[in-house]
Design a protein around this ligand. Structure first.
Ligand code: PEP
Ligand code: MG
Length: 564
């Protein structure tokens, strides 16, 4: 049993990837000069391997291949290499020195309360493993050319493993460690391969060749299943495939209720390349393009031209449907080292997103200029994140006006139809949404943050995860108010937090009048199917009934009854 992070049923034989041995040779028989030469040779070979993997990954995964850039940088990291050479001087073998260096820096990063830094720890370990394997003359784990179909079981899958593996033959992944936001989980969802992470001791219990089945949604895993269990899972798998095929028939259909209420079901994306998945799953546009990827895994700010190319690519891919591009949402759990932001004790309540953009206005203006230049290639919506009050909207719009004026003076064309909206993800903005609605073209409700700020529950704290609920009546009443206030001012209201794709909540959100639902691409068709089975008038009648309930549990139970 683990955490299901990528849906689907996997049935097949296990291929267990073994870790490198823990008893590495410590004391060197060579002299220091020779160990340094071994290290240099290893560094250049590994760098070369990673560069080749990057080229291969680029073709398969597009911008996700940037993860490998971070790994290539590890092989050039001055601090790490100085540490490792110091260990060689003390008489250690190159493999033991690399191990010590990698563990020292990976532990430092892993203990930071920041998801991004924890992922960097995984990158350093990945590179370290690759180097030690090379030094020991062990084969690199090679998932590129598998001879038969299998389920990969590993302590953790490295980005280089997932980026290059033979997708035709990998039936699923199971890893000992990881969470919903780990590389493995994100990659598995992108590649649409069922996956479970966090089994803790999967690699010690499961042996290569063992028959196994698992459900990538519930996290249920059965080793050496009985004939009976196999039958049940085969039937589930068949059902799963039939569902997928049936949903595909809705790809070109509108998202419309039985009584004719039309809404938009859009996708959330992280890179322009993700538009492919959005289109494949029938998304009617992009409701949230998180632009952070342009700023992560690098040492300097992205140029206006680089950003322009990325935005243009997304707009062209989705045209004539709209793409809502969110301006930089840095800070919180998304750290960008070269911006030199100070460490804060409450990063989620700190200097982040629009707050950074309104102080470091050159960064913001560059992004706005790139967006405006791209606007002529499709239907653009610009969205400001983390708005807490009216002044921020006005300041952001003033900078947008400057960017527009500059472009006009330079004779550069800008579309006259660009919509400008805000995320409603802070309770104060929800409460004054009647006022804010008069200044913008749309609202998009960010429930991921709105839940944490409304209920004072850190969205990343596993210890209080059970308190983090989109069904909390306090959250739902705010959502309802925001939709009502938006409509009173004649603007459309969408939702781009995870709650928009929750099939139990969709009927209620529909009943509240939500106009646009934006979610992971893989949820789009399921949402469209559900909407097509609902009666708008009926869902409207449910709203007062549900909002009168006192607890999240009661609401969830009532909604589950209604959505089945
Ligand atoms: C949200 O807060 O709901 C949201 C969509 O933004 P993010 O998850 O990027 O904070
Ligand atoms: Mg947010």
């Amino acid at each position: 049993m683990g955490i299901g992070v990528s849906p689907g049923i996997a049935i097949g034989k296990a291929l267990v990837l073994k870790e490198i041995p823990s008893n590495l040779p410590k004391q060197s028989y060579h002299n220091n000069e020779e160990e340094n030469q071994r290290l240099d040779k290893c560094l250049s070979t590994v760098r070369h391997q990673l560069e080749n993997i990057r080229v291969e990954a680029e073709a398969k995964l597009g911008d996700m291949a940037q993860i490998l850039d971070a790994q290539i940088l590890v092989t050039q990291d001055e601090e790490l290499l100085t540490f490792v050479r110091g260990k060689l001087k003390e008489g250690l073998t190159a493999e033991a020195a690399v191990y010590d260096g990698v563990e020292f820096y990976a532990n430092l990063l892993a203990n930071m309360d920041n998801d991004y830094m924890r992922e960097r720890a995984a990158d350093i370990r990945d590179v370290g493993q690759r180097m030690i394997r090379h030094l020991l003359g062990l084969e690199q784990s090679n998932l590129t050319h598998l001879t038969e179909s299998c389920i990969i079981v590993a302590h953790d899958l490295t980005p280089s493993d997932t980026a290059t593996m033979d997708q035709e033959r990998v039936l699923g992944f199971v890893t000992d460690i990881g969470g919903r936001t780990s590389h493995t989980a994100i990659m598995a969802r992108t590649l649409e391969i069922p996956a479970i992470v966090g089994t803790v001791d999967g690699t010690s219990i499961i042996k290569t060749g063992d028959m196994m089945v698992f459900d990538g949604e519930s996290g249920e895993l059965i080793l050496n299943p009985s004939e009976e269990t196999l039958k049940v899972y085969s039937a589930k798998q068949k059902q799963d495939r039939e569902n997928k095929a049936r949903l595909q028939t809705l790809k070109e259909q509108p998202s419309m209720t039985l009584d004719g209420r039309k809404v938009i079901v859009a996708a959330n994306i992280g890179t322009p390349k993700d538009c492919e998945g959005a289109l494949k799953h029938g998304a009617e546009g992009v409701g949230l393009f998180r632009t952070e990827f342009l700023y992560l895994n690098r040492d300097t700010l992205p140029s206006e031209e680089e950003q322009f190319q990325a935005y243009k690519a997304a707009l062209e891919a989705m045209a004539p449907n709209s793409v809502i591009i969110r301006t930089l949402d840095v800070g919180g759990d998304k750290e960008i080292p070269y911006l030199g932001l100070a460490k804060e004790s409450n990063p989620f309540l700190g200097y982040r997103a629009i707050r950074v953009c309104l102080r470091q206005t050159e960064i913001f203006k560059t992004q706005l200029r790139a967006l405006l230049r791209a606007s002529v290639y499709g239907k653009l919506g610009i969205m400001y994140p983390m708005i807490s009050g009216l002044a921020e909207v006005r300041q952001a719009n003033a900078i947008l006006a400057v960017a527009k004026a500059e472009l006009a003076a330079e004779g550069i064309a800008v579309s006259p139809d660009v919509e400008v909206g805000i995320m409603i993800e802070i309770p104060s903005a929800a409460v004054i949404s009647d006022i804010l609605a008069k200044e913008v073209d749309f609202f998009s409700i960010g429930t991921n943050d709105l839940i944490q700020y409304t209920t004072a529950v850190d969205r990343l704290n596993e210890n209080i995860a059970s308190l983090y609920s989109p069904y909390h009546p306090g959250v739902l009443r705010l959502v309802q108010k925001v939709i009502e206030n938006g409509h009173k001012s004649g603007i459309w209201v969408g939702m781009c937090g995870e709650a928009a794709g929750d099939t139990a909540l969709i009927p209620l959100l529909l009943g509240m009048g939500l106009d646009e639902f934006s979610m992971s691409a893989i949820s789009v068709l399921k949402a469209r199917e559900l909407i097509g089975q609902l009666n708008y008038a009926e869902t409207q009648a449910w709203v007062p009934e549900i909002l009168a309930m006192g607890t999240a549990e009661e609401i969830k139970e009532a909604l589950l009854l209604k959505s089945t």
